[in-house]
Design a protein around this ligand. Sequence first.
Ligand code: NAD
Ligand code: USQ
Length: 398
Amino acid sequence: MKVLVLGGDGFCGWPTSLHLSDLGHDVTIVDNLSRREIDLELEVESLTPIRPMGERLRAWKELSGNDIGFVNLDLAEEYDRFEALLKEYEPDAVVHFGEQRAAPYSMRSTAAKRYTVDNNVRGTHNVLAAIVASGRDIALVHLGTMGVYGYGWSGSAPIPEGYLTVKVPTPDGDLNREILHPANPGSVYHMTKTLDQLLFAFYVKNDQLRVTDLHQGIVWGTQTPQTALDERLINRFDYDGDYGTVLNRFLMQAAIGHPLTVHGTGGQTRAFIHIRDTVRCIQIALENPPAVGDQVKVFNQVTETYRVRELAEMISSMTGVEVAYLPNPRQEAAENELNVSRDNFLELGLNPTKLSEGLLEESRDIAVKYRDRADTTKIIARSTWRKGMEVSPDLVKE
Ligand code: NAD
Ligand code: USQ
């Protein structure tokens, strides 16, 4: 299969590109390297020493014998080049990871809010419009987020995979209707993913595009079998207050003896998936596309749920590092339940990787190996959802 991987230089996109290439697919990465530029803006770097794209691709060719193409292109700004690329490369499928993905970054300033909306919504719309303009039958797999559903809305009922059956009262009796699950985003970033959902629904209805939207939970871990082959292929490891996600941050903090930064009570329950399962899920989604005329296929891409404080306590008991309960810089429910249905991937053969001490240790070992690269002043999350929620710099010694 010929596959374009949009955002293929990123944390999920790079290991996915290697996994698909390893399976024998013809892969080309499209990325404008904006994530590397945001590192420069935030004056922080991946904990792991990620290599420039050219070096990554040469190393992969040397080790696997496989070529992966690379096109440096901005999906939001360079529509014509993207449409021309679809016509020239003629992909069977496009995997779309190419968005600004950090909720705290999206809330840090007015400029960051506007950038996140402009980049993500324009980029996704350009991808859809270009697929239509190409006249080709290209299956699209998009990385969405569990956060589109919000937290706490469904109570004890499992969050369904994308759609909800509702009863509409009418004078002639109740009608059953299937609707997109109500959107309840918790950040500007998450809001862009709910807007993406409407774009997909429209283009599927109007142009019979074939679209799969993967509502992914928080990805943790670093390496996949392919990225672990050689240090030049190493994956990103974000630990800073904007881009670092909770479990990887705790593992990194434990590796350097920093108190574990729980926001609020740590009662937030979230969905998780290991990076090894992310790449398998993309493979499964590519192998099982919707048919022409089907509605958007929505899969919940999660394997487990945990409360933030449970994770902190687990890592604290493994490592002896203390837990710091900090004022929460985000506006979010202090405690929530989360019950998620994830039958689609299980039925299609995903064998979930469960959080285990072995895997936690593997990630912690990577954090220990590269701990000298850490800038401890970047650990505390400083982006706040509203003015007045700032965390005092003295709360945790750095
Ligand atoms: P990332 O920031 O590491 O990677 C995104 C890549 O997209 C970067 O390499 C960036 O340079 C590129 N990009 C961004 N805007 C672009 C544009 N306009 N044109 C071309 N390239 C562009 O993020 P990630 O963690 O790999 O996440 C990938 C996708 O998966 C995102 O859409 C994210 O919302 C989703 N997701 C991630 C997680 C997670 O925990 N990391 C969880 C759920 C969903
Ligand atoms: N949290 C802490 N301490 C920290 C960091 C985070 O307590 O040091 C808390 C947050 O307040 C939040 C939870 O942990 O309640 C999750 O935060 P996160 O930064 O790990 O994840 P989130 O902001 O939700 O975003 C990440 C990815 C995003 C993806 C999303 C999936 O960055 O791209 O869409 O996970 S989900 O959460 O399922 O919507």
